[in-house]
Write a protein that binds this ligand. Structure first.
Ligand code: SF4
Ligand code: SF4
Length: 457
């Protein structure tokens, strides 16, 4: 039984055969630049030094914070620099630069888990943590923390196979090429969560994958392969939960608040590889696509590979690229420097040629209300746009800008082509900066008051 979520759109999925080619294992680059922030949460501290020789899969960064995940070398070679480098999020992030020796010497730690570990939920969560696995659909929330923090609260595991964003086919290819491994990863996640059943929710435009997974799925696995109608942004966590269970995650709440935990398809595959091959999260499938790309491809890319190098492996640009997005056309982040690295959450690089540019100079709202009708979070994007432009914190707060999931449905549906999603993203950043500043001010005032009290004694 499927439940509908509010809003959403039906864009052309652009998943023509040419855009969903089988995965090619890419020749790794001469150098990888691995940011110490590949997850939500505190960045890692490098555990290697300049001049060190490192092996493939060796841990090169870690952090004590639970909302962090270790980082591993995606090639073997020599650490030639540890320095701030530009991250795809637009900030400078401390990064480990490794000169690839071309040998791919595996680290001794890359060993399969024992039977005993595979039967112990805590040991599975621990190995997921040690493998540095995060939400590989783009959220990059550490998977082990999702499991451990949800213990006792979760009764439903959902595997996100919606892949509803146009152009992207990396999860689809993973389902087709590694069905047993994906199902095996789901079983391990279920065991770690202590939940006997899981729903693998896949949109109907992946009928071949649905059929194959149903064929491979063992009757006693506890995994239901659920076919969903296509609708964007069905793959967003809150919307998927509502579609599958009918439960609505409260504003500002986490899926565990309604007893759910959602894991991405490639995350499940990565869990399988960590458990049965000892392979940490050092690579991922990236769909390289869009009208500017000469040979659209799905490539298995080592984490830390420069975006410019990945684009070259897909034949480069056949026309000048007007816009390069890390991610898909709806939610992707525009890149202004292609030297940035592929991260654990990079599922696509979508590159549009100039002739597809539909930007309008100084767009004007015609008050048609079409943006609000498709917002899955029931927000009023046109109003938020106005508040953001005026940096009106009160207005942004009152109209719940922090609930925006940056899905892009409003921008897609706006006939006047207002940059609504970008505006929400900017507004959220402004709100976060203000909240941090307010907190720092309050703490400073408290410390001052306490110091004054001490002085009086
Ligand atoms: S980007 Fe934000 S405001 Fe726009 S439709 Fe999505 S959730 Fe709503
Ligand atoms: S869809 Fe665009 S033009 Fe229509 S109300 Fe929203 S912002 Fe204004």
């Amino acid at each position: 039984m499927s439940f509908k979520f509010f809003g959403g759109v039906h864009p052309n999925d652009m998943k023509a055969p040419a855009n969903k080619a089988a995965v090619t294992v890419m020749t790794p680059p001469q150098q990888v630049v691995i940011p110490m922030s590949l997850h939500i949460g505190a960045p890692c501290t490098p555990t290697v030094a300049v001049g060190d020789e490192v092996k493939l899969g060796q841990k090169i960064g870690d952090a004590a914070s639970p909302v962090s995940a270790p980082i591993h070398a995606s090639v073997s070679g020599k650490v030639i620099a540890i320095e701030p480098r530009l991250h795809s999020n637009g900030t400078m992030v401390n990064s480990v630069v490794i000169e690839n020796d071309g040998l791919y010497t595996p680290c001794e730690t890359m060993v399969p888990a024992t039977e005993e570990q595979l039967n112990d939920p805590d040991a599975i969560a621990k190995l997921i943590r040690e493998a540095g696995i995060v939400g590989m659909g783009g959220a990059t929330f550490p998977t082990a923390f999702k499991i451990t923090s949800g213990k006792g609260k979760i009764d439903t595991v959902i595997i996100n196979g919606a892949e509803c964003e146009p152009y992207i086919t990396s999860d689809h290819r993973t389902m087709l090429e590694h069905p047993e491994a994906v199902l095996g990863g789901i079983s391990l996640i279920m065991k770690a969560c202590g939940v006997p059943k899981a729903t693998f929710a896949i949109e109907e435009n992946k009928a071949d994958a649905i059929a194959l997974l149903r064929e491979k799925n063992k009757p006693d696995s506890g995994i239901e392969i659920l076919q969903l109608p296509c609708r964007y942004p069905q793959g967003a966590e809150k919307q998927l939960i509502q579609t599958v269970t009918g439960r609505e995650v409260p504003p500002g709440g986490l899926p565990a608040a309604v007893g759910c935990a959602v894991f991405n398809t490639f995350t499940a595959y990565s869990v399988y590889r960590a458990a049965y091959e000892g392979r940490p999260a050092i690579e991922r499938v990236v769909t390289v696509t869009g009208s500017a790309i000469a040979e659209p491809k799905n490539l298995l890319v080592p984490v830390g590979t420069p975006v410019s190098y990945v684009i070259e492996q897909a034949g480069g640009f056949k026309k000048p690229a007007k816009k390069v997005l890390m991610g898909g056309p709806m939610m992707g982040n525009a890149l202004y420097d292609l030297s940035v690295s592929v991260t654990k959450g990079t599922n696509a690089l979508t590159c549009f040629a100039e002739d597809e540019d539909k930007t309008v100079e100084d767009p004007q709202c015609i008050r048609c209300g079409k943006c609000a009708t498709v917002c899955p979070m029931r927000l009023e994007p046109a109003l938020l746009y106005v508040f953001e432009r005026k940096t009106d914190y009160e207005g942004m707060d009152k109209f719940h800008i922090m609930d925006c999931i940056e899905c892009g449905a409003c921008t897609y549906n706006c006939p006047a082509r207002l940059h609504l999603t970008h505006s929400c993203r900017t507004g959220k950043a402004k709100m976060q900066a203000k909240m941090a500043a307010d907190k720092a001010r309050a703490e400073a005032e408290k410390a001052k008051a306490e110091a004054a009290k001490e002085e009086k004694k």
